[in-house]
Design a protein around this ligand. Sequence first.
Ligand SMILES: Nc1ncnc2c1ncn2[C@@H]1O[C@H](COP(=O)(O)OP(=O)(O)OP(=O)(O)O)[C@@H](O)[C@H]1O
Length: 857
Amino acid sequence: MNIVRSRWTKILLFSSSFASIIYLLRRYRRYLVLKENCKFIEPQQESITNISSSSSLIAIHKRFFNQLLVIIRILIPRLRSDSFILLITHLTTLITRTFLSIYIARLDGAIVKSLVQRNSHKLIRTIIIFLIVAIPASFINSLIKYAESKLALAFRSKLTRYAYESYFRSQTYFRVSNLDGRLLTPDQNLTDDIETFTSLLTHLFSQLTKPFLDIAVISWTFVILIQQKKHARGLKEVPILTSLVVFMTFWILRKLSPQFGRLVSEETRRRGLLRFAHTRIIANAEEIAFFDGHEVEKTWISKLYYQLREQTNLIIKKRLWFIMVEQFLMKYFWHSCGMIFIAIPCFTYDGPAETDDPIGDPLGISLRTEEFTVSKNLLSSGADALERIMSSYKELTELAGHTNRVYKMLHVFDECAHERYQRIPMILGEEYSCISMKRKVTLNQQAHGQIIESNDDIIAENVPIITPNGDVIVESLSLKIIPKMHVLITGPNGCGKSSFFRIIRGLWPIYSGCLHQPNPSNFFLIPQRPYMCPGTLRDQIIYPHTIDQLHIDDNQLIEILNNVELQYIVQREGGLNVERDWKDILSGGEKQRLGLARIFYHKPKYALLDECTSAVSIDVEGKIYERLKQLGISLLTITHRPSLWVYHTHLLQFDGKGQWTFEILDTKNRLTLKDEKERLEFQLAIVPEMQRRLNELCQSFLFFDCKQLLQLYSLSNSKKIMYQSTLFILSVAIIQLNYACYITNCPIGGKRSLNINNILHAHQCPRCGLNGQCFGPSICCTHFGCRMGHPSDIHQCSTEDHSVIPCTIKSKTCSMLSNGRCAANGLCCNAESCHMDKTCSVSSNHFIDNVQDETQV
Ligand SMILES: Nc1ncnc2c1ncn2[C@@H]1O[C@H](COP(=O)(O)OP(=O)(O)OP(=O)(O)O)[C@@H](O)[C@H]1O
């Protein structure tokens, strides 16, 4: 009480409470920020979590064991496999270690006994034996770790090999990411997940096997010990009480245990998304840098990181309370119970004193001490084993989570290999909403189209083009392409041109109809951005061949580079054997040409060229096409470039509304028609502007709205009315244009420059300045002289533009300029300029007189 009352204690209590409150408030604020940050991508997560939770694969139950069994069959395919031999080795080391532990416990008891007996010889002898036994025991301990790591590696190799085989079979790697939506990060599944699963599995194997062995052997040793103690009461109840304590602990822990499997599985998924986002940034670094898009990327990545952090925090928090309860029960509670159990014979023994030294130790204290030490050691080993089994529950639930991920990966690989796909509807709805107008089909079923291998021809019979999302791009396509046919494929963006390639190459499933397709080795696709594989320049040309499959020499390879006008690259980069990051060091056009070089190397029957020359200059493109045709390769080209038309014999045209045409390509005629079309399109493009101007003129000068007339024109169905309306509009337009030209300043210098002597009723030109007269659009003269280009004069003189009749200046004509009139003393002007003229003399009221004259007229 005194302590509590002391001033310092009060200050300490107050400040710690204050600090705690501040800490909690800060934590709460950070939690709110975190929650806010995570909001943005929550819906997608929810949908994915639902998929895993709905199938309830996380908890330890029958399904988990079934999944584990499937995977174990992959890990241990036969009894003679290396993984099984390693497993047996590991098991043997574990058993040996158990027996050694019991032996060491007994040696420990013997040491204590010799101490109590004060028998130095026996003590030294026992210690020497103890040290000798410690050598194999240490080796076995190390061997356990070694065997565990080797076993984990063997399991990992087996599972990785199996997964790679599935992943690279039947283009599963393409199908998983393009046609199926269940695995968002297959890279993570194939690397991290497999590694974590196999190390956790082997760890749990040692964690569980040895404790079970320990418990079995220790229990057996105790049974023998109990049987020897005939005169001690209450020992028979010890096994029942022990089981009761263990069962109770297990029950409490199970009730309190959070679902670690689910939590860890979710954490792994979020880690995968974060890694995926980083990979995306590396792949698109250049574009992001060009657009300065790092802020957007940073925000997105931070959000993903916060989500991961939130989940990791949750797990850490849940572990804190769970481990506390676990430690209390299994360390302290069990220890107390154990001490009570082994103390029972000390209190209840009522037989004669047991001693092997009746003279030195008649009461048998040393023997009892030895028994107590052995029992205590055994009991602590047993408790340790039980503790491990119990704490393994947590790891077991985590293993369930990882098993689920690995199993799901293998399952999806298998389904994709058999063309059974599933997409996640929410993601589709968001990402591809632009094509939601198209007809959609449900695709969670197997494709029923027929694929027949043909010798040479590609024949499609009523084959639809359907995207992996179920959007029907083309309802039914029927055509026949034979070798030596060169097909040009055109159409608007997104109409299915590239998808047509995917269909004939067998990348997308065929949902109905029949496709006769030559062996895939007859096709070679060059996309707009060709893939640059890791390796040498030679590897780029021969891809996907390897050096072992190379069938031509270096001179021929250089000849191939010649064909695509890329021979200089050998010298520039230092030979064919040089390794570079080709994706980064080559320009867009060079990459495209290197891609085309592969066709010269492989010489397929059909070259599928998907806008693969968009970055190549037109002259080089032409040469490459000519050379490809000389090799007898059929060219199927997607392009928007008319320069390529001449190299093709047929045209496949998609209209973007599900319709298509396939016909012979008459290039010459088509180019003429194209020219005409472009010309007409250009003319039509300026029609609205002309109509606007015409209407303006109609309103200004005819007080008539031509729009009505134009409407009448566009509404009139009858050809005769249309014809008449056109004639009328044109006549009106011509008259108006001429008239408009006449009344605006069409001639140089405006209307004033016309010879007005021939025009009746010409009126006086407008006044300007101080008693001045407008001579031209920007010339104002008084008898003092003329000024040119003054804004107020321009403003006043431009009123003349609105007058229908031209104006005149009634002063004396002068000969220095054509249509010139005397503007001031010694100055002759016309509507455009002024010139010195000695013959000109005017009086001060000259212009006023003129006005009066005009009034009289
Ligand atoms: N993997 C995919 N999953 C779902 N839809 C896809 C996929 N690939 C393409 N699509 C959709 O299929 C439609 C046709 O695509 P395609 O690539 O064939 O167009 P395209 O005619 O080659 O267009 P462009 O001229 O722009 O290259 C598009 O609406 C596109 O969104």
